[in-house]
Design a binder for this molecule. Structure first.
Ligand SMILES: [Zn+2]
Length: 271
C-alpha cells in the first residue's frame, strides 16, 4: 500500500470510530494504534481535523468529506451558505495578511486554521493565495506527479519524484518550490498503464481516479495547506511528424479554482 492510500484508510477508520464510539474513543485509537504509522505532518493534520469537527460539528452542520471527490475535509453551512472547509495547522497566521482572498466561480471555500500546539481554532478564513509579482494574478499551489526515476544508465530507481509548483492564474508561469521523492507514488499514467491492458478499461480509469484522490489528500497537508491541483508531465503531439511540446497537464483540480486554473502549462522535458 503506498503512503497516500494508507493515510486515507487511517483517516476513514478514525472518523468512523468517532461516529460509532465518540471522540474520546477515536482519539485513543489514534494515539495508541495509528500515531506510529503516520508521519508528523499527517498525524497533526488528522488531530486538527478531529479538533475542528468536535468543536464546530453542530454549529456549522459539518459532514466529513473526502472519499467521493469533494476535495475538502468537511462540508457544512456558514452564514446560510453551503461551504467546504479545509483544516490546517501549517499556515502561519501572521503571513496570511500577504495573501489575497480568492473570488472565483467555484463553491464557497474556507480554511480553518488551528494552533499547532493545542489544536484550538484560531480563525476561519477565506481561501487565499499569494499574488504573482509579475502580473498580479493568484499563485495556485499544484503538485506534479512525475514518472518513475531512471539513472544515467537507464535503470529504474523504483522511486518517483513529485514537484510542488505555484501556477499563476494570470500569466500562466509556474514557479518550482519543493521536490519530493516517494516510493510507490506512481504517476497517473503509470497507474493507468499498469491496468490498461484489460478489456475493461473502466477499472483502469477508476483506479487512476482513486489514485489521484488519495494523492491529493496526502499532499495537501504534506506539501501545502492550500494545495488545489495535481498535474502530470506529458508530451503533447501536435505535428504529423511527432513534433509537439512538454507540459504539466492538470489531471485533478479543486472545484473552487477549476475555472481559473489553466488545463496545461508548458514546461521543459527535463525537470
Ligand atoms: Zn502571473
Amino acid at each position: 500500500m503506498h503512503p497516500a492510500e494508507k493515510y486515507n484508510s487511517i483517516r476513514r477508520i478514525i472518523f468512523s470510530g468517532v461516529h460509532k464510539h465518540g471522540f474520546d474513543e477515536a482519539l485513543k485509537w489514534l494515539e495508541a494504534t495509528y500515531r506510529s504509522q503516520l508521519d508528523l505532518t499527517h498525524y497533526r493534520g488528522l488531530k486538527a481535523e478531529l479538533a475542528f469537527y468536535r468543536e464546530y460539528r453542530q454549529e456549522l452542520q459539518l459532514t466529513v468529506a473526502g472519499d467521493m471527490g469533494e476535495h475538502a475535509d468537511f462540508s457544512g453551512l456558514h452564514q446560510g451558505q453551503v461551504c467546504r472547509f479545509d483544516v490546517t495547522t501549517n499556515l502561519a497566521y501572521k503571513d496570511f495578511s500577504t495573501y489575497e482572498p480568492f473570488m472565483g466561480e467555484g463553491p464557497q471555500y474556507k480554511i480553518a486554521l488551528l494552533s499547532e500546539s493545542n489544536f484550538e481554532v484560531i480563525d476561519v478564513l477565506d481561501l487565499a493565495f499569494k499574488p504573482c509579482t509579475d502580473c498580479g494574478g493568484h499563485l495556485v499551489p499544484c503538485v506534479a506527479l512525475l514518472n518513475q526515476n531512471y539513472n544515467e544508465r537507464g535503470e529504474a530507481q523504483w522511486s518517483n519524484d513529485q514537484l510542488l509548483i505555484d501556477v499563476c492564474t494570470g500569466c500562466q508561469q509556474y514557479f518550482e518550490r519543493t521536490r519530493f521523492t516517494t516510493t510507490g507514488m506512481f504517476s497517473p499514467q503509470e497507474v493507468f498503464d499498469s491496468l490498461g491492458d484489460h478489456e475493461d478499461s473502466v477499472s483502469a480509469i477508476n483506479a487512476r481516479q482513486d489514485h489521484m484522490l488519495n494523492a491529493y489528500r496526502y499532499f495537501r497537508p504534506a506539501a501545502d495547506a492550500n494545495l488545489m491541483a495535481l498535474a502530470e508531465h506529458s508530451y503533447k503531439v501536435t505535428e504529423r511528424d511527432g513534433g509537439g511540446y512538454w507540459a504539466f497537464r492538470m489531471v485533478f483540480k479543486n472545484k473552487a479554482i477549476a475555472a481559473e486554473l489553466a488545463d496545461e502549462i508548458e514546461c521543459s522535458h527535463e525537470l
